[in-house]
Structures are given as C-alpha cells and as structure tokens.
Design a protein around this ligand. Structure first.
Ligand SMILES: [Zn+2]
Length: 313
C-alpha cells in the first residue's frame, strides 16, 4: 500500500498517528521492517528527524510497486520491460492456476458444458450438476423477464430489482454504509439485522448443538432478539457505550435502536459516530459470545460481575 502526504514533519507525524489509530482500531500492525519512506525536496536533517520519529527506513527512488517502477521522472519503455514480461507470461499461462477462481470456473464451464455452442442456445445435459442446471434455469427466467421489459436497454440493476422482492429503505442506511464504519462490525451488524448469524437457536434447528441456552447470561434461549439486546450482559454493554456517546437508549431491539438513530436530527457526524458505535457494540457482543463459547475457562458470572462493576462506576 502506498500513502502520500505533504513533505513536512507535521503532515508526516499526522499520517503516522493516523496509522496508529488504524492499528488500534483494526488490529493490523504496520511492519516497520517491511515499510519505507520516500522523501523529496527535504533537507538531510529533516530526513534524520523523520527516520527517528517514524521508525521506518528511508528508501531511495526508483522502486518497484506491483511490478511497476515508481519514480519522480517519466518511466522509460525499458523500465516497463519487467511488467510487460509479467503480463505476457500471465496471458500465455491463462489456463493455469494464475487465473482467478471465477476465471478457472469460466474456463471449466466452457470446456465441460458449453463447448462450441452459444450460451443462449445451451441446454444442460441430464448428467450435469444441479448447480449448473440451476444456473441455466435462472438464465431462462432472466431471459423471460428481460423480454417482458418495456425498456429496450438491458440493465443488470433493473433485472435484479425484478428478481428481488422490494423492501422499504431504512432511515439509517445512508449514515451506516459510509466510510466511517469499520467493515467487519458493519457486516456482522447487517447479518444480525437479517437474523443470519449462527445463533444457538438456529444451530439447534440444524441439530448442531444440543442446548440453545445463551452463553452470556445462561438465562434464556440464544436468539438474535435475545442477544441484541435483551440479554442482561449485552444490555449492560450497550448502556455503557450509548452513555459514553451521550445517547440515552431505552430500547431493547437492534432494529428499533438503529431506527431511532436514523431519526436523530442535527449533526450528521454525531449520527454516524453513534451508528459506528452501535455496530461496534453488536460486533463486540458477538465476539464475546464466541470467545465464551470457545473458551470454557471464561465464566459468564465473572463477565457479568465485571460489567456490573463498570456500570456502577
Ligand atoms: Zn443472554
């Protein structure tokens, strides 16, 4: 990854603190051994200060990034030779493992099923796998839909809307699916909203567990509604977070909490920060539940005592 900033010590210090916040939030650490700083238009003294402040080595231009030479000057055809060689080798070995998963799948489908036919005319053989038969059936359904459309212009978005059931937009989505929210908590919250996490009530339905009792409180069946947020343990965590954010939430339903957050008037940044905090809480509760499930030494009574002590502070 390449990061750019203005050639002064203040900007570089700000970028390094940004990297630290990133590491503290995501957990990924920047490797000082594998990282280099490239400086231009700065004095040797400034080079030394930046080297000491950042802990990174000072690199020299030109360097190669993903096979492409990076320099302050215009790159020459000779410098691009390595890149051209790499591209040629990749094109020549298109049938090898260098292809992406979808590329290999496409190659396999053409070699095994479609062969020299047109995709529109292909009928799956009886011996074809059920997945392939399903794809061909879906193709026919889409084809029928496209033909019914009054618009002559084919749009994937239009077909997708016709195939998917219409759902109302929620008032918090714009501020939730923004660049401020961290992807993993955001995704787990989305799964929780759709009741798609593998909670113990679902695992019991699949016969994968014998007991659906909540790992966190041992007081009720572990469902999505219970975990977010009717469970004594998750409620205490949510209260801590929302109070810290200056928002008083009395709701015990994730849907209702997000809806209320969407209705907050005023500062958009505050609203986004609150939604980010709620997503982080959902992720934190889910992670705690997984940690407790996987580690029998983690006692739910001890966890509850810690949470009670925190809420009494
Ligand atoms: Zn519980």
């Amino acid at each position: 990854m390449l990061l750019f900033c203005s050639g002064d010590i203040d900007s570089i210090s700000m970028m390094i603190s940004g990297l630290k916040i990133f590491s503290d939030t995501i957990g990924l650490q920047v490797s000082a051994e594998k990282s280099e700083i490239y400086l231009a238009g700065m004095s040797p003294r400034e080079h030394e200060v930046i080297k000491n402040v950042s802990g990174f080595k000072i690199g020299k231009l030109p360097f190669t990034y993903l096979g492409v030479p990076i320099d302050t000057k215009k790159i020459t055809p000779i410098e691009c030779e390595l890149l051209i060689d790499k591209m040629c080798r990749r094109i020549k070995s298109w049938s090898s493992w260098n292809l992406s998963y979808s590329g290999r799948l496409q190659l396999w489908v053409h070699a095994v099923y479609i062969k020299d036919q047109k995709w529109e005319d292909h009928n799956p053989p009886i011996t074809a796998s059920w997945i392939w038969k399903g794809i061909c059936k879906l193709r026919d359904e889409i084809h029928a839909i496209v033909q019914q459309q009054t618009s002559t212009q084919y749009k994937i978005k239009g077909v997708c809307r016709l195939l998917m059931p219409a759902e109302n937009n929620v008032n918090w989505s714009r501020n939730f699916w923004c660049r401020y929210s961290v992807p993993k908590p955001r995704f787990i919250t989305w799964l929780a909203m759709r009741s798609r996490l593998y909670t113990r009530d679902r695992l019991l339905n699949f016969d994968l567990v014998q007991d659906a009792t909540c790992v966190l409180c041992s007081n009720d069946i572990e469902t999505h509604d219970h975990l977010f947020f009717q469970c004594l343990c998750s409620v205490m965590i949510l209260q801590q977070i929302t109070q810290w954010m200056g928002y008083d939430s009395t709701s015990h339903s994730l849907h209702s909490i997000l809806h209320k957050c969407g209705n907050i008037r005023g500062n958009r940044m505050k609203k986004r920060a609150l939604l980010v905090a709620i997503a982080a809480t959902v992720y934190g509760v889910w992670k705690l539940r997984n940690d407790m499930k996987d580690d029998p030494t983690l006692d739910n009574k001890a966890v509850l005592d810690i949470l009670r002590a925190l809420s009494e502070k």
